[in-house]
Ligand binder design. Structure first.
Ligand code: NAD
Length: 253
């Protein structure tokens, strides 16, 4: 445990798995109290239990970020339980399905946009007033390298992540003087259940993804969580509206 974030309170959506879970654990190790929310209630509860087992402070809640009532309730519950809100990490997301743009099924399109884009906006809609009430803080949205590059066969995912970057920049401009910094991270393939779903668990397919990255390997959740914690930290106090690309060099080739 470190004391860097002692007295700070973080809310992590999608905290029941993958990048969100690791970010929740890292913020807690650095001293923050963490509300872990996920539509997977058991996953959120397990992450909160892991934080408590390591000596941290956490609570969990079942939340669907595409529902306005849920996102309002998650912020109310965080403030009720821990007294304030300083950091929000919006990681809840879905991959959609694999199809070319003209063949993309409308129901999957709508669901992907509802979670990845509207879910981030609804989360911020309720997080921002709570962070303002405490005098300021930091929001980190989890976009993707697919938010800065086209991603063939994943139009809904790529469009939603491009939009998250636009939303991040806009909110960053709106709230900078009020003391909220809003940034995004844009990871490339990082080993989580979402990437396992993409590869179908095939080592050969995973190697192809690794080979596509100049660095020659997938990212790890620890690497993404480190950047999220950095963007929350005092060290990043002049960083606002930034999209931090974590892709082993993919997007510069
Ligand atoms: P993951 O599947 O391990 O975690 C996503 C979590 O979001 C799950 O626990 C899931 O239950 C939750 N979730 C999904 N829909 C939800 C909803 N409507 N309400 C609340 N929770 C919901 O995947 P991950 O890789 O950790 O993904 C986390 C974020 O990182 C996503 O936004 C994803 O798009 C983004 N991302 C992942 C990668 C990668 O390679 N893994 C790369 C770039 C961006």
């Amino acid at each position: 445990m470190s004391s860097e974030f002692n007295g700070k309170v973080a809310l992590v959506t999608g905290g029941g798995s993958g990048i969100g879970r690791e970010a929740a654990l890292l913020l807690a190790r650095r001293g923050a109290s963490v509300m872990v929310v996920d539509r997977d209630e058991a996953g959120a509860a397990e992450a909160a239990a892991a934080i408590a087992a390591a000596g941290g402070q956490a609570a969990s809640m079942c939340v669907d970020v595409s529902r306005a009532d849920d996102t309002r309730a998650m912020v109310e519950a965080t403030v009720e339980r821990f007294g304030r809100l300083d950091f929000a990490v919006n990681s809840a997301g879905v991959g959609g399905t694999r199809a070319r743009t003209a063949d993309y099924p409308q129901d999957v399109w709508e669901m992907t946009i509802a979670v990845n884009l509207t879910g981030v906006w609804l989360s911020m809609k309720h997080e921002i007033p709570a962070i303002l009430a405490g005098g300021g803080g930091s929001i980190v949205n989890i976009a993707s390298v697919a938010g800065v590059l086209g991603f063939p066969h994943y139009s809904a995912y790529s469009a939603s992540k491009h939009a998250v970057i636009g939303l991040t920049r806009t909110a960053a401009l709106e709230y900078a003087r009020a003391g909220i910094r809003v940034n995004a991270v844009c990871p490339a393939f990082t080993r989580t259940p979402m990437v396992d779903a993409l590869t179908g668990g095939s080592a050969e397919h995973e190697q192809k993804l690794a080979d596509a990255l100049p660095i020659g390997r997938l990212g790890t959740v620890a690497e993404v969580a480190e950047s999220i914690a950095y963007l929350c930290s005092e060290g990043a106090r002049f960083t606002n509206g930034h999209s931090l690309v974590l892709d082993g060099g993919l997007s510069i080739g």
